[in-house]
Design a protein around this ligand. Sequence first.
Ligand code: HEC
Length: 217
Amino acid sequence: MILNLLGLAAAVFFAYACFTLFLKAVRSPSWLAKILGGLLAGAATLLFAGLFVVGLFGMWQLEAPRSGRSVSDVKVEPTPELIARGQVVAQSCVGCHSFDGSPTLNGGQTNHAPVVWGLSTGVVYAPNLTPGGELRRWSDGEIIRAVREGLDDRGAPLLHPAGQYRGLSDEDAAALVAYLRSQPELRHDQPRRSLNPVALAAAALGWLRTGEQAPIQ
Ligand code: HEC
């Protein structure tokens, strides 16, 4: 994130520097400097300005909280039946969110950042969903929204495959919450999510989709 912001700042700086050179070139008394310098500096200005716009749009796509996306204030009452049902629904999360393939979803060990154009887009691990992780601080409604709509507690997009879960019934979603909250408080340090400039460009150009944008499957 910090590196991406620095990259955006660098793009603005270079666009400005190239634009100054462009003005110098076109005001120069020499025709050669006017045409050659003007073309080169003009092209470089457009390139850096373009990189800035693409980067900014990609950052918005990947990081900005979506305003106006409501979250339900449902309170899940855990019963043994609901927890048992949740364990069944949670089977489909094991492949990504489990460290060792067990039903305890204490965080996966695979980097899920997609590879786009043959390049890595960064680091994204499927987080620890037991009460030892972040979800301890999330409301039941926020967890359900993350699963079905792919938004985190602030409403920012997640790279979780929400398209697969969009059609999950309210009851199955509540069962998942009951199951997750019933898990032991396991801790497991995982790398923080970090998406690089390739991810920004891919998101801006529609090659990388967040869970929020994923089509229903
Ligand atoms: C294909 C892999 C995959 C599957 C299957 C999957 N997830 Fe995820 N999930 C992820 C990844 C990766 C993230 C982290 C996304 C990010 O940080 O952008 C995530 C994030 C989340 C989050 C946000 C947690 C946090 O601390 O930020 C929740 C909640 C979640 N998933 C619940 C589930 C549940 C419940 C299931 C099963 C019903 C499930 N996921 C299935 C990959 C998956």
